[in-house]
Ligand binder design. Sequence first.
Ligand SMILES: [Mg+2]
Length: 277
Amino acid sequence: MKAATIIATALLMGCAGARHSTSSELDHAALLAQQGSDAVLWQHASAEAYWLYLQTYEYATSRLESVDQASDAKKQMTDSSGWDRRPLAVVVDIDETVLDNSPYQVNAIRRGRTFDQNDWREWTDMAEAKACPGAQEFLHFAKSTGCEVFYITNRDIREKASTLKNLSDLGFPFADEAHLLLMEGASDKTERRARVAATHRIVLFVGDQLRDFDERFKDRSIRYGRDAVDIMRDSLSQYFILLPNPMYGTWRDAVQGKGTDAEKHARMRLWFEQNGY
Ligand SMILES: [Mg+2]
């Protein structure tokens, strides 16, 4: 038997074994991880993802150029008392927006594991994530137009030093404590956005999750959140740039829910059963 056939047979036997060991949490983790492998492959290794990032950041740049021109025109037309003198700002998320964590996801699948906080900390402690395509150019362009950049992330406050190191090693602008707002308890970014808006006029948000723009997108109970997109379409069009992330997110949590890997796997199976034709 050829080596490839032996490996394929072993994998199949492993899968068959896993199907009969439904009580094993490890098997559920492996099955869930396996379900995400196409998404991780796409994000990590496809030229399509690469181009989509570049294209989206190109679009973000053109949006910022329009804001810049509009601001200049408004400055000339408005007397000094009527002009909003707050400095301009761009707000970006970090993970899968400016830093690419797909190597962490590849490793998790290789080991048949789902997201694990300790594994994640091991990865972020290394501070070796690469920049997402187009992110550095866009943020340097933002800086050149007079915008400050704020990083609002749900990385934990304990990941501050490694995150700053990773960002500054890659040459990202404003990679300092004043411009990095990490998670201190709640994943809801509303208060942190408000803190930036208190001193700056935010002209653009960039993220890989709709919640990077508005917390109302956490609720996916009605048409998986699509109604909320329709309702907020104007402000999304004006202020929000969305990058692709098929690996994880609120969209998946809405189906998998919380709990053990076994519970999540059971909900996924049920969802596919209920939504096929
Ligand atoms: Mg993100």
